[in-house]
Each structure stands twice: as structure tokens, then as C-alpha cells.
Design a protein. Structure first.
Length: 179
């Protein structure tokens, strides 16, 4: 694709120069205040850090807290929600867990006529990546830290709801017109 590069080198150069101009003030601040840039990271107690030092048991509490935040015990911080309340009530949590099982099933099943669907695997990976900071930092799950997982979480709930609805309509077709 060298020909495309030759045709577009001016646009590429303009984009790079623009990016450098936009980044320059932040880069100057980083160079002159390196202690301020990583201040938040340096004060966090990290179970992941302990795990890297050989203490894998340190991950049990934060990982279980992250898993519990969906339907059992939520964030203790009052700033953004009611303290201790999980993400979902038991009814909505049921759809989340059904959706999670369906995603795992559709992403990794094999066999005759069973095609893998990478979109479901990507959804699970997306959720895992967004929950990873909660799972390695501290035992109390932070809804704010998990905010990046909002979209995959609710997509998984929708998949669970759709699956349950589809199964109900298949079993009792007369209900379709009532919903």
C-alpha cells in the first residue's frame, strides 16, 4: 500500500503534527510534574501487585467482590448510589446470569451445525477487561471503576431477556400476541 501512503502523506503529516500540538501541553506537564501524573496509581493498594509477588490468595477477595457486585453486595460508597446495593435486583440479575451463560455457550460451542460466534466472545472479553481493575485493586467493588462495563453488562442482560422471551414464545405461541 505504498502508493496510498504516497498519495496521502500530506494528510498523514498534518494529522501527526496536529496530534503533537494537542498533546504538547500535557506532555510538558508530565515532564515537569512526574509525581503528579501517577499520584492516584501510587496510592492504590493493589492485590494484583501482591499476586505478582507470589501471594495469589490476595486476589480471592477482590475477584469475589467484583463477582458479587452484580446481585449480592455492591459498592459501599454513597457518592453515586445507595451504599451496599448490588447492580441488579434478583429478577434482573437472573437475566444477567442467563445472558452470561448464553454468551459463553454461543461463543465456545462446537459440533455439527454449531457455529462459534465471535461477537459473543468479544462481549465477554469486553466485560472482563472493564471489570479487571476492580478484580485486582481492592475487595470493595467500585461501580465508578466498573463504569466501562456498563454497556457489555446491559447487552448481556438483553441477551438473557431475549433468550427467555424466545423460549417462552416457542413453548406457548399464544403468549406472543399478549406481549
Amino acid at each position: 500500500q505504498r502508493e496510498q501512503l504516497r498519495q496521502n502523506y500530506q494528510n498523514i503529516l498534518i494529522s501527526l503534527v496536529t496530534a503533537l500540538i494537542v498533546f504538547a501541553p500535557f506532555g510538558w506537564y508530565i515532564a515537569h510534574n512526574p509525581d503528579k501524573v501517577n499520584e492516584r496509581i501510587n496510592v492504590l493498594h493493589s492485590a494484583g501487585e501482591e499476586a505478582l509477588n507470589g501471594n495469589l490468595a490476595a486476589l480471592i477477595e477482590p475477584v469475589s467482590g467484583t463477582l458479587k457486585m452484580f446481585t449480592f453486595l455492591g459498592d459501599n460508597d454513597w457518592r453515586y448510589h445507595v451504599s451496599g446495593r448490588p447492580v441488579f435486583d434478583p429478577f434482573a440479575g437472573l437475566f444477567f446470569y442467563v445472558g452470561l451463560v448464553v454468551c459463553l455457550w454461543r461463543a465456545f460451542r462446537r459440533g455439527a451445525g454449531a457455529a462459534q460466534r465471535p461477537s459473543y466472545a468479544i462481549l465477554i472479553l469486553w466485560l472482563g477487561a472493564m471489570l479487571a481493575p476492580n478484580a485486582v485493586l481492592e475487595a470493595n467493588p467500585s461501580f465508578l471503576r466498573a463504569a466501562g462495563g456498563i454497556m457489555p453488562t446491559y447487552l448481556i442482560v438483553a441477551i438473557g431477556l431475549d433468550t427467555v422471551y424466545t423460549r417462552i414464545v416457542q413453548k406457548w405461541p399464544n403468549l406472543k400476541h399478549r406481549w
